[in-house]
Design a protein around this ligand. Structure first.
Ligand SMILES: [Zn+2]
Length: 222
């Protein structure tokens, strides 16, 4: 597939950039005046990246990329909402990116916050039940309670954490990985444009987890 090899080539190039960055040998490509001037009238990015807003995780730096290379969308905990979906759809439908990277990271504070909010919800749901059966019922409809929560972070990141717990995933690292997988699933479910591009082999979506401690991007396969 032509598009698939374009996406693979783009991803290989991004990972090569990440290796340069992690080794402390970034080349800071395409950041000169000539590049800026050549991009005044158009952009033709190869990939879109949805990553956390965390100040330590800027995609252009982590992938040693330049002007015009990456179309980036960033929210805390790479949460998805309608604006994020619309932005990524724009990248696919109008800019024709062949690759979307969903990137979480080590030590994500949004996951810590969502974990606390989830624990609070669980304790309020199971507080003083008249019977253990009632407590079990309260846990049974926890999915619903999470989805009806006022907190956006609980509805998105918190739901991933709950799903991870149901699958007996315990470690912070693995919960981060589950959240990335869940985010990809959520994006595809929400967007017909993205489903269509995937079905026509015009798009590849990859999951990634940036390691603050090494500077390396871990490639996730689901
Ligand atoms: Zn984060």
């Amino acid at each position: 597939m032509a598009e698939e090899s374009t996406a693979n080539a783009t991803w290989s190039r991004m990972l090569a950039g990440n290796r340069r960055f992690a080794e402390g040998k970034p080349t800071h490509p395409w950041q000169d005046r000539e590049t800026r001037e050549s991009l005044i009238d158009r952009q033709n990015p190869d990939a879109a990246v949805l990553s956390c807003s965390d100040s330590r995780v800027p995609p252009e730096i982590v992938f040693d990329a330049g002007l015009g290379d990456l179309f980036t969308v960033r929210t805390a905990g790479q949460m998805i909402d309608d604006s994020v979906v619309a932005s990524l759809e724009y990248a696919v439908a109008k800019l024709h990116v062949s690759l979307i990277v969903i990137m979480g990271h080590e030590g994500c504070g949004a996951i810590d916050l969502a974990t606390r909010e989830l624990d609070d919800l669980i304790s309020s749901a199971t507080e003083d039940p008249a019977s253990s059966l009632e407590a079990a019922d309260a846990m049974d409809d926890l999915d619903e309670r999470i989805l009806e929560a006022d907190s956006i972070i609980l509805r998105t990141v918190g739901l991933s954490i709950w799903q991870a717990r149901e699958a007996e995933v315990e470690s912070h690292e693995d919960i981060e990985r589950v959240h990335i997988a869940h985010t990809i699933e959520d994006l595809v479910t929400r967007s017909e444009i993205i489903q269509d591009a995937l079905a026509h082999d015009q798009l590849m979506i990859v999951g990634a987890r940036y390691q603050l401690s090494t500077g390396k991007v871990e490639v996730l396969s689901f």
